[in-house]
Design a protein around this ligand. Structure first.
Ligand code: ATP
Ligand code: MG
Length: 310
């Protein structure tokens, strides 16, 4: 559905998007992550034909987004970062206007308006002036606009930006419903949203793609992967030595101590579950053991690791 090859964008000597290539298959829902200024919006604006590229190319549903922009755009529902809505129109007028711009005619306009207002929960405010809408409702209107011409691909630039937790939930549910029928490229800073909704994540940093995999695989390959916490009653030095002697343990460090109880953080070699051996060591050394737990790396660990590396 999306094919990007060597796409590059430079602004006045500054490279915002630096030779990126990726493709997104039909029906995929891909989270597009990266810190502020990474190049997410710039990439999305090029894909949607709003910004020319400095180099490279991109296709949407087989259409070149630069030379065959109209055909490509017909396949795309784009919700930009700052939803541009016309303040001096009523909600329904705005959607009617947008439907017309996107080539809908006659009955199709009315049907589509009904459909998208239902989907985004705008029915109750259809007669309201756009200027009087709250931020959340403006976001919904932006989403309704993106959906009105039944595009096969949705490109959503931070659709939950600025929403309260209830509205974030509502939009997340809506996106997961939309994912049954649409291919979606979604940028966001809410990592939980990605972990829940997306089977694939692309992380961009300083204009370059630094990771492209499932959230699970990324978490597994993270350096923070599987940290084990152990709490035993034992002399600190002895606990460290004995734990580090266990096969598969890379490092053990004491993180806190209270009344002779040591809390240790144990880093195993990748893919190694050393909890059973730790338990055995506690028994052998007659250390009382009151906690043994393993924490998997999260997408947040991966994000921080990749984007703070340099
Ligand atoms: N029109 C422009 N003119 C000059 N520089 C720009 C322009 N648009 C974006 N940039 C620069 O390109 C870089 C990438 O910006 P972009 O908006 O794509 O980042 P982003 O990943 O969407 O960040 P955010 O999470 O803050 O939305 C930034 O350094 C930004 O300042
Ligand atoms: Mg942006």
């Amino acid at each position: 559905m999306i094919e990007v090859q060597h796409l590059t964008k430079r602004f006045a000597g500054r490279t915002a998007v630096d030779d990126i290539s990726f493709s997104v298959g039909k029906g995929e829902i891909v989270g597009f992550l990266g810190p502020n200024g990474a190049g997410k919006s710039t990439t999305m604006r090029m894909l949607t034909g709003y910004l020319p590229a400095t180099g490279g190319g991109a296709r949407v549903a087989g259409h070149d987004v630069f030379t065959d922009s109209l055909k490509a755009r017909r396949e795309i529902g784009y919700m930009p970062e700052n939803v541009p809505v016309y303040d001096d129109m009523r909600v329904e007028e705005f959607l009617k206007f947008r439907a017309g711009l996107k080539g809908l005619r006659g009955r199709d306009v009315k049907d589509s308006m009904g459909r998208v207002m239902d989907m985004t929960g705008l029915k109750d405010v259809s007669r309201k002036m756009v200027s009087s809408l709250s931020k959340g409702y403006r976001q919904r209107l932006g989403l309704a606009d993106a959906l009105i011409h039944r595009p096969r691909l949705l490109i959503l630039d931070e659709p939950t930006n600025g929403l309260d937790p209830n509205q974030i939930r509502a939009v997340r549910t809506l996106i997961s419903q939309l994912s049954q029928e649409h291919t979606i490229l979604l940028s966001t800073h809410i990592l939980g949203e990605v972990q829940m909704n997306c089977r694939r994540v692309i992380i961009i940093h300083k204009g370059k793609i630094r990771a492209d995999d499932s959230p699970d695989n990324l978490a597994k390959s993270s350096r923070a992967a599987a940290t084990i916490t152990v709490e035993v009653k034992a002399p600190a030095e002895e606990a460290v030595d004995k734990l580090q002697a266990i096969k598969g343990v890379r490092r053990a460090t004491v993180t806190s101590e209270e009344d002779g109880w040591q809390v240790l953080e144990v880093k195993p070699d990748a893919e190694c579950d050393v909890r059973e051996s730790i338990c055995q060591a506690a028994r052998d050394n007659k250390w009382p053991l009151r906690e043994l737990g393993r924490r998997q790396a999260t997408l947040e660990d991966v994000f921080v690791e990749i984007t703070q590396r340099d």
